[in-house]
Design a protein around this ligand. Structure first.
Ligand SMILES: [Zn+2]
Length: 253
């Protein structure tokens, strides 16, 4: 079977399918930021690429662009290894991706952020950029409440009563990483973090360290690979349906 990852294809293979059997390209928008002592700084990027790849395989007519691996993570900048870019730079990157791909045969470009801090800047960028491309229609997946809902549905389907009001390095992301990249989870470092953010202003003004020293919200000790599979499946089901719905709306306009 052909790979859905654009990076793994020759330009001739892309030319052959784009506009024929492939109509959509997904751009995963991740982050490089601390996720506690037990998860790698690339956690959001790895999760976003995995979800995008599974959604593309499910849709069958979709490719995945090389992920944007950095995002807006200013409140984590005190933690070594966090790399944060401004919302202007993120918008510029998205614009250059879309400018490059516009005219290559794709009809739809899905913007798929997997880091909470990227949802608002991606939404703003999409609203400003959407009118400018000649062939591409944008489908931004930027409903943070829906993202949280789908995650909590996955936890429920896994039989857990556990939920996370704010997701960062706790049971949810740890479980997903156990399912995707188990060798990247340091099991000896799993320790419960604080529950929830308590003060958004404190995070904004003083950084993430002011609410959690280790950089963890929620309880990573509840995580298992099976729970991770349930959460990923819920996100993939939900996102596939959303993209199909939006494409139908755009096609029938
Ligand atoms: Zn994350």
């Amino acid at each position: 079977m052909r790979s859905v990852k654009m990076n793994e294809l020759a330009w001739t293979s892309i030319e052959e399918v784009a506009g024929q059997e492939v109509h959509t390209v997904i751009i995963p928008i991740g982050a490089t930021e601390q996720h506690g002592p037990h998860l790698p700084v690339g956690t959001d990027s790895m999760i976003g690429e995995e979800i995008s790849t599974r959604v593309a395989n499910r849709l069958g007519d979709t490719l995945v662009a090389p992920p944007i691996q950095v995002g807006c993570s200013p409140s984590h900048s005190d933690y070594p290894g966090t790399i944060s870019i401004s919302s202007d730079v993120l918008k510029g990157l998205i614009d250059d991706y879309l400018d490059s791909l516009d005219g290559h045969g794709f009809q739809f470009a899905v913007l798929l952020p997997s880091h909470g801090g990227n949802f608002p800047p991606v939404e703003t960028a999409a609203a400003e950029l959407a009118p400018k491309y000649s062939e591409l229609s944008l489908i931004p997946i930027v409903d943070l409440n829906r993202f949280t809902e789908l995650i909590n549905q996955g936890l429920e389907e896994a039989g857990l009563e556990y939920q996370e009001p704010v997701i960062h390095g706790g049971g949810t992301e740890t479980a997903m990483m156990m399912a995707i990249e188990p060798s990247r989870v340091r099991n000896s470092e799993l320790r419960p973090g604080n529950e929830g953010l308590k003060s958004r202003s404190a995070v904004l003004n003083l950084g993430f360290q002011s609410v959690t020293d280790a950089g963890v919200l929620g309880d990573p000790t509840v995580a298992t690979p099976e729970i991770g599979e349930h959460i990923i499946t819920s996100l993939v089901d939900g996102y596939t349906a959303m993209i199909e719905h939006e494409r139908t709306r755009l096609r029938n306009w």
